[in-house]
Design a protein around this ligand. Structure first.
Ligand code: HEM
Length: 447
C-alpha cells in the first residue's frame, strides 16, 4: 500500500511473496536507502547501513565488513580452544553473567536482567571489533549501551521529523538525544580506531579494526581505484555500524527470550530437560550443539516471530523506476518493509497471536520444519539482508542455553507484567525489575 507521511508518499510492503519478489527477485531495484535527515547524523553520514550510498564503493565496503566480521567470529580459529572466536567470547561472557545474576539476586531479591545482558553482549562485539572487554560498571560503555532506546526511537520507520520538514525546526527532546548519542558513539569509536592506528602491526592483526586498517593500507600501496578505497573515516563508520548493530539487536532478542521463558515456565522446563538430556551438566553448551536441540531452537524461532522485535527493516528506497505486482513505482520512492505483518499473517500462521514453539517442530518433535522456519522474517531479505545474521543467531543460542542450563528464571509474584512492545527500530517491553533466578545445579557442580 501507499501511505503519505506529511506530503511524502511511502510504499509499505507486506506479504511474504511480495517481499520476496521486491527484495530478492527485484533486489537491485529495491536495495537503496532513503536520504533521511536523521540518517545523515549516523556515523557522520557515512554509515554502511543507513547512508543513501548503494553503488560499487558501497558494495565493496559491505563485502569488506562481511569478511572482517567472519574472520573474527565464526571462522575456525587456530589460536582458540573453542570452535571459533565467537564461541570463546560468548562462553566467557555467559559464564560471567551467571555469576553476576546470582550475586544481584542475592543482594536485591529481584532485578532487571537487561541491564547486565547489554554489557555482556556489547563485550562480545567489542572483543571482535576492538579486542577489548569492559567492566560491567564502566561508565563510558554503560552510558552508550543504555541509550539504545533513544537511537531506535528516531531511526525507526516513520519517524515524523524525517518526513515533515516543519518538525525539524521545533524543539525535540528525542532528536536532541539522538544527536547526542551519535556524537558520543562516534567519539568512542574514533578514539579506539586511533589507538589501533598507533599500535598497528600488519604482521599481527588483532581484531576487526586492525583488519580494516590493514586492508585500507594494502589497497593504497597496490594503487587500486581510489574511489573504491575505504577512507579512514569510512573505516570508523564500518566499525561504528558493526558495534551499533551488534549489541542492541542481540540484547533485545535475548531479553525477549528470557521474558517468554519466565512467563511460560513449562516451556522453560522443556528446554532445560532437553539441555540436560543432550548436553548433561558436566559441560557447557557449544555452538555445535545447535542442531541437536530442536525444542530450544523452536523456542528461539517463536520468540523472533511472536515478538517481531524488529517490526520493520531499516527503510529502503527504489534505485530506479520499476513495477511491482503490476503497480508502477517511481525511482527514489521510500519503502517500508513490514516484517511484523509477515510474522503475524493469518494466511501463513495458525493462531498467530499465540506463543507456540511446537509450530516449528515436525510431528515427532524431533526436527525443525524448515518450511515453517523460513517464513519467519527477522533479518530482512536480499541485498540488504543483515550481515550479522549467523552471529546474531549463534549468540542468542549460546547465551540462552548457557543461562538456562544453570539458572531457572521466574517473575516475582504481583501484578501482571506488561509485554506490550514499545515501537522503535527494535521493540522492547517496558523495563521489568521483577525477574528472579534460582540456581539449577548444586553450587559445587562441575560447571
Ligand atoms: C538478532 C540479531 C540481529 C537482528 C534481528 C538483525 C536484523 C537486521 C535487520 C532487519 C537489518 C536490516 C535489513 C534491511 O534493511 O533490509 C539488519 C541490517 C544490518 N545488520 Fe543486523 N541484525 C542482528 C544482528 C546483527 C549483528 C550481530 C551485526 C554485526 C555484528 C549486524 C550488522 C548489520 C549491518 C551492518 C546491517 C546493515 C546491512 C545493510 O544495510 O546492507 N546485525 N540487521
Amino acid at each position: 500500500m501507499e501511505v503519505a507521511i506529511g506530503s511524502q508518499p511511502v510504499l509499505v510492503l507486506s506479504g511474504l511473496d511480495t517481499l520476496r519478489q521486491a527484495l530478492v527477485r527485484q533486489g537491485e531495484d529495491f536495495m537503496g536507502r532513503p536520504d533521511l535527515p536523521s540518517f545523515r547524523l549516523i556515523a557522520n553520514g557515512q554509515s554502511l547501513a543507513f547512508s543513501p550510498e548503494a553503488g560499487d564503493a558501497w558494495k565493496a565496503r559491505r563485502k569488506l565488513a562481511q569478511n572482517a566480521l567472519k574472520t573474527f567470529s565464526i571462522a575456525a580459529s587456530p589460536t582458540s580452544s573453542s570452535s571459533c572466536l565467537l564461541e570463546e567470547h560468548v562462553s566467557k561472557e555467559a559464564a560471567y553473567l551467571v555469576t553476576k545474576f546470582l550475586q544481584v539476586m542475592e543482594e536485591e531479591q529481584s532485578f532487571d536482567p537487561c541491564r547486565y545482558l547489554v554489557v555482556s553482549v556489547a563485550n562480545v562485539i567489542c572483543a571482535m571489533c576492538f579486542g577489548k572487554r569492559y567492566d560491567h560498571n564502566d561508565q563510558e560503555l554503560l552510558s552508550l549501551v543504555n541509550d539504545s532506546n533513544e537511537f531506535g526511537d528516531v531511526a525507526a520507520s516513520g519517524n515524523p521529523s524525517d518526513f515533515i520538514p516543519l518538525l525539524r525546526y521545533l524543539p525535540s527532546r528525542s532528536m536532541d538525544l539522538f544527536k547526542d548519542i551519535n556524537r558520543r558513539f562516534n567519539m568512542f569509536i574514533e578514539k579506539i580506531v586511533q589507538e589501533h592506528y598507533a599500535t598497528f602491526n600488519k604482521e599481527h592483526i588483532r581484531d576487526i579494526t586492525d583488519s580494516l586498517i590493514g586492508h585500507c593500507q594494502e589497497r593504497k600501496t597496490a594503487g587500486e581505484d581510489t574511489n573504491l578505497q575505504p577512507s579512514n573515516q569510512s573505516i570508523i563508520a564500518i566499525v561504528n555500524d558493526l558495534f551499533g548493530a551488534g549489541f542492541d539487536t542481540v540484547t533485545t532478542a535475548l531479553s525477549w527470550c528470557l521474558m517468554y521463558a519466565a512467563s511460560y515456565p513449562d516451556m522453560q522446563k522443556r528446554i532445560q530437560a532437553e539441555l540436560d538430556q543432550t548436553i548433561g551438566q558436566e559441560r557447557r553448551p557449544r555452538l555445535s550443539d545447535r542442531g541437536t536441540l530442536p525444542y530450544t531452537e523452536a523456542f528461539i524461532l517463536e520468540t523472533f516471530r511472536h515478538s517481531s522485535f524488529l517490526p520493520f527493516t531499516i527503510p529502503h528506497r527504489t534505485t530506479k523506476a520499476t513495477a511491482l505486482n503490476g503497480y508502477y513505482i517511481p525511482k527514489d520512492t521510500c519503502v517500508f518493509v513490514n516484517q511484523w505483518q509477515v510474522n503475524h499473517d493469518e494466511k501463513l500462521w495458525q493462531d498467530p497471536s499465540a506463543f507456540k514453539p511446537e509450530r516449528f517442530l515436525n510431528a515427532a518433535g524431533t526436527e525443525i520444519n524448515r518450511t515453517e522456519s523460513d517464513k519467519v522474517l527477522t533479518f530482512g531479505l536480499g541485498r540488504r539482508r543483515c550481515i550479522g545474521e549467523s552471529i546474531g543467531r549463534w549468540e542468542v543460542f549460546l547465551f540462552l542455553t548457557t543461562l538456562l542450563q544453570q539458572l531457572e528464571f521466574s517473575l516475582a509474584p504481583g501484578e501482571a507484567v506488561d509485554l506490550t512492545p514499545q515501537y522503535g527500530l527494535t521493540m522492547k517491553y517496558k523495563k521489568c525489575e521483577r525477574f528472579q533466578i534460582k540456581r539449577r545445579l548444586p553450587s559445587n557442580g562441575s560447571l
